[in-house]
Every structure is written in structure tokens, then in C-alpha cells.
Design a protein around this ligand. Structure first.
Ligand code: BG6
Length: 555
């Protein structure tokens, strides 16, 4: 989960880049680097393993790196161990390396994503005499740029992206362009920030929000050339592209911790508001209004099949939605991991609806799945949090969740709002398709409206009980989450959170399936969380809970 920031303007670049990178620290990283140009000399590159503070120390908080144009990067190792050599930026062309580790170089690049054909490109470049010093896939970009460079930065970038396969957000500084840089993206997020006599790129808007809220979203393979007083976006035919300016409507404080120790804790507490805002965006005068989503009653009636496609927690939303949608609408629902869907040549009913669920709207597999569906002519609906993100822009219809910025990588409030969006769709589809009565419809809407207060009650009233329980179980090595029906779907999310946040091994099981083998893992003291919220399944789930308890589980 790497981060990119780029700046050109009238101020010294390095402190701005360091500050921007610090806003991306939450995404996790193992090393960081900066490249800055002062208008006369080659780009100076400084890198450090470990915390951003190491890089800051090395550069005297950025003050030691003179120059008003530069790019910065935080790296999360994918190819090669975390080290100073493997950290970005990577360099090519004439380089001068000083004993202190600072490098001056003609071509400097930072990259997020994965270059899938880097091994064959590396071989080719090595045969042409290029020397590789890192184990990264990114280094091929710097050398490829140098290899193709004949004086025109645009021509070179076009040649580079024609040769590389995979996903990328790239920022490149080049010898003959001292006060500007060039950037491009494909299936990896990058935005352009538009300031007054200064311009930016960033992999996430939070990195530059302090300086500007006016941004461009780049489409795949749009190339942007940034100077302090101009931003020009081109397609791969070198034609200038007219971009629409978006203004980010949340302010810097929304991306600060606001007194909480962690973003995740803050965002857990923001759930009642996020859920309420999302509900209020579609519940009007006692009815669910999907006009902004853009689905008419006729279109809803024609849907033959729903395919929900997503990754991670968003996939678990799909699992929960499947139970609710099938129950209330009798439309068959299939839920799929986007990383499977995109590669498996799926059979899709032309009258079907593909629903892509994504907080960021940028998750590479989810975006690819959306494109796959669109290519097959199937209607697509995005349930998306980030306004203007790729999935939001490309889907035929969009249901925006109003969770606000979610900084924590592990989703919480966005997950809750995705459930709300799915439930709202299910209730409305059920009503339009005459599968539920007006009375039931009203009852469900009223019940949905009680959720924000219920969530508040759980978070506030049960805080001490939750803390007590967590403290007691913090040393657990294995945990199981069990439930039936929608409780099973919720268990999947509980289990994922347990793994991702506490690093405790955990599994989710459909409670009735446990007996088919896995129960042998339940022994003295193993933590089992039983979820039993469904009246119709309550006794069945309780009997599974009794089974695990009798084998010694801590239930
Ligand atoms: C994962 C996050 O990396 O991405 C999950 O840890 C998230 O919390 C998943 O659900 C999918 O992300 P998105 O942005 O497509 O919802």
C-alpha cells in the first residue's frame, strides 16, 4: 500500500512532500524516499528504510533538500525486501552517488502498483547495458524511461506505458525538465491537485488536502504534465484532454484523528452518523427513493439476476446482502470475489445487474470486474463511498454511501453504510416487484431508521464490557466466529477484522457446517464467538454453541 506525492510550486518541495507522505502513513509502509530538483542541478534523491521520521532526520525535515519541484514515495514491499536500495524513487541515466547515500540522477521515478512483465523488460534492458541495483519491479520503469528518452518527455512516457503490463501510478522527473514532472496512472489511484501557482499529484487526496481541494481524477493512461502554473492532461495520442474539476467537500479535520488514538477507533464511532446520512439520502417522505441512483421501477422489475462482486469486507457485505435481497425480492443473487470473477469467464444473464461494492472505488480487482461486466453489456451498479472514484465514474448507476473519508485501511463505517445501501436496495426492489406488502415495507423502513441509535447504544453503553472482554482474550491464538444465515455473513466480517487488526488466527464458519470436520479444532479455551440474531435460526445456532462449549471452547 504505497503512497505517492508530487509538488511543483514556489515553496521548497521536500517539507511539503514529507508532510503529504505523513498523511499517507496510515496505509502502511516500510521505507520512504524523496527526489527534488532546484532548477539547475540533477534531481537529488534521498531514501531511508523504516519510519518517515528517518527520512525527515536525514534531510533536516526536508530543509536540506533545496528545490521547488519533487516527488515522494512511501513503499510497502512487494518485490524485494524493505531496504534503502529497494525504496523509491528509483533512478536511471547519469547518476552520481555520494557517500551519504544521496544520489543525483537524470531520470527519477516513483511507482505504485505492480509491473507484471518486469522480468522480461529487465532482461531486455540488461542486454542493452542497463545496470539494476534493486530487486524491485519499479526500477525497470526508470531505466525504460531513460532507454526511450530522446528529448521529449511525453513521447517517452507513451512508449513506456505501451511496454509495461500491470497496474501503475507513476511520477517521473526528467533531466531536461527542471521545474516540472510527468505522471500517469492505470488501475492504481492517482489524483491531480490544482493550487494557486502550485500543483500536486497524490495517490490519495488526504495527502494534499491542506493545500487544495480542487482536483482532477485521472482516467487510465491519461498522462499529466505538471508545472507550477499549468497542468496539462493528454491521452496516449498526445491530444490534450479537457478535465472536469472536482471540489472535495470534506475538510482537513475529517481526515484527522480528532482526539482518538487511532483512525479506526474514530471511524467506529462515526458509524451512527454515517449510517444515518446514507439512509437519509434515499429515504424521503416515508419511502425509498432511488431516483438519484438512477434505477427506474421498470428497470428494477426487469432484473433477472443480481451478481454482487467485491473484495474483502465489501465482499462480506455482498454475502449479507444476498440473504436479504433473495428473501425480500426473490431475485437470485450470486456473490463473488472480484479477483475470481474477473478471471473466470463468468456466464452473465443479459438482464442481470452486476453490483460492485467498494469503499474506495479504486480497488483494482473490483474495477477490473466492473469493466469485465460492462464489456459484456450487463448493467452495472456501484455501491461506492468515494465520489468521483473510478468505479463511481464508470458504473452505469451509483449508490453513494455517505460514510465520509475512511482513513483506516480496515473498513468500519463504510462497511456499515454498504450494508445499509444493500438493505435499502433490497427493500425497494421487494416493494417494486410486489414481493412485500406496503405494511412490511413501512415496517422495514422504520426498523432501518432505528439503526443509528442502536449502533450508538452498543458503542457507548457496552464500551467497558467490550474492553474487559478484549483484555481477557487478547492472548488468544485462534478464534472461530459461527452463525447461520445473515449471522454467518456477519461472522465472516468479524473474523476478517480479528485477523487483520489483532493478528490472531481466526475463521468464520456456518454454524451448521462446523460438525463436518472443523469441530475437531475446538479444544479447551479456544475462543468461539457465536452470533445468533435471527429468531428463526436461534435454537439451531444455540445447539451449535452448546456443541463447541462441550468441547471446551470459551464461548
Ligand atoms: C482491503 C481492506 O484491503 O480492501 C478492506 O482491508 C476492504 O477493509 C477491501 O474491504 C476492499 O476495499 P474497497 O475500497 O474496494 O471497499
Amino acid at each position: 500500500m504505497c503512497g505517492i506525492v508530487g509538488f511543483t510550486g514556489n515553496h521548497q518541495a521536500a517539507p511539503i512532500l514529507l508532510d503529504g507522505l505523513s498523511k499517507l502513513e496510515y496505509r502502511g509502509y516500510d521505507s520512504a524516499g524523496l527526489a527534488v530538483r532546484d532548477g539547475e542541478h540533477l534531481a537529488q534523491v534521498v531514501k531511508a528504510k523504516g519510519r518517515l521520521s528517518n527520512l525527515s532526520e536525514k534531510t533536516d525535515s526536508g530543509k536540506a533538500l533545496k528545490g521547488n519541484c519533487g516527488i515522494g514515495h512511501t513503499r510497502w514491499a512487494t518485490h524485494g525486501e524493505p531496504s534503502q536500495i529497494n525504496a523509491h524513487p528509483h533512478v536511471s541515466g547519469n547518476c552520481e552517488r555520494s557517500g551519504s547515500g544521496t544520489v543525483e540522477s537524470e531520470v527519477v521515478g516513483v511507482h505504485n502498483g505492480i509491473i507484471e512483465n518486469y522480468i522480461s523488460l529487465k532482461k531486455k534492458l540488461e542486454s542493452k547495458g542497463f545496470e539494476f541495483i534493486s530487486e524491485t519491479d519499479t526500477e525497470v520503469i526508470a531505466h525504460l524511461f531513460e532507454y526511450y528518452y530522446k528529448g521529449d518527455i511525453m513521447d517517452t512516457m507513451i512508449k513506456v506505458i505501451n511496454r509495461v503490463e500491470g497496474s501503475y501510478a507513476l511520477g517521473v522527473l526528467c533531466v531536461d525538465y527542471p521545474d516540472q514532472f510527468i505522471a500517469v496512472r492505470k488501475a492504481s489511484p492517482m489524483i491531480v491537485g490544482l493550487g494557486d501557482e502550485e500543483n500536486f499529484i497524490a495517490s490519495d487526496v488526504t495527502a494534499i488536502l491542506k493545500h487544495t481541494r480542487d482536483i482532477y481524477y485521472l482516467e487510465d493512461n491519461e498522462i499529466v504534465v505538471l508545472k507550477k502554473d499549468s497542468v496539462k492532461v493528454y491521452n496516449t495520442d498526445k491530444e490534450e484532454v479537457k478535465k472536469e474539476k472536482f471540489t472535495v467537500d470534506w475538510d482537513v479535520s475529517a481526515a484527522e484523528k480528532g482526539g482518538y488514538e487511532h483512525f479506526m477507533m474514530k471511524e467506529i464511532h462515526e458509524q451512527p452518523k454515517a449510517v444515518s446520512d446514507t439512509l437519509n439520502s434515499v429515504v424521503k417522505d416515508g419511502a425509498i427513493d432511488l431516483s438519484e441512483v438512477g434505477l427506474s421501477e421498470e428497470e428494477i422489475k426487469e432484473i433477472s439476476q443480481i451478481y454482487i462482486v467485491a473484495c474483502g469486507s465489501a465482499y462480506h457485505v455482498g454475502m449479507a446482502a444476498q440473504y436479504v435481497i433473495e428473501d425480500l425480492t426473490r431475485i437470485p443473487v450470486r456473490v463473488e470475489l472480484a479477483s475470481e470473477f474477473r478471471y473466470r469467464n463468468p456466464i452473465l444473464d443479459p438482464e442481470g445487474l452486476v453490483v460492485i461494492v467498494s469503499q474506495s472505488g479504486e480497488t483494482a480487482d473490483s474495477l477490473a470486474a466492473l469493466r469485465e461486466a460492462k464489456q459484456r453489456g450487463i448493467r452495472t451498479l456501484g455501491i461506492v463511498n468515494v465520489v468521483g472514484s473510478s468505479i463511481a465514474r464508470e458504473a452505469d448507476n451509483v449508490f453513494y454511501t455517505l460514510a465520509g473519508p475512511e482513513i483506516s485501511v480496515a473498513t468500519t463505517k463504510a462497511y456499515s453504510t454498504q450494508l445499509i445501501a444493500s438493505y435499502a436496495l433490497a427493500v425497494q426492489f421487494g416493494k417494486v416487484r410486489e414481493q412485500i406488502t406496503e405494511e412490511k415495507y413501512q415496517e422495514l423502513i422504520a426498523e432501518l431508521k432505528t439503526l443509528p441509535d442502536k449502533i450508538t447504544k452498543i458503542i457507548e453503553d457496552d464500551k467497558e464490557r467490550i474492553q474487559w472482554f478484549a483484555a481477557k482474550q487478547a492472548n488468544a491464538r485462534d478464534a472461530f466466529f459461527i452463525g447461520r444465515g445473515i449471522d454467518y455473513a456477519i461472522s465472516m466480517e468479524g473474523s476478517l477484522k480479528m485477523k487483520e487488526i489483532s493478528y490472531i488466527h481466526s475463521e468464520a464458519y456456518a454454524a451448521g457446517e462446523l460438525k463436518h470436520g472443523t469441530i475437531s479444532l475446538i479444544e479447551d479455551g479456544i475462543l468461539v464467538v457465536g452470533v445468533a440474531t435471527q429468531a428463526a435460526l436461534f435454537e439451531k445456532t444455540i445447539s451449535n454453541m452448546v456443541e463447541v462449549k462441550s468441547r471446551g471452547a470459551y464461548l
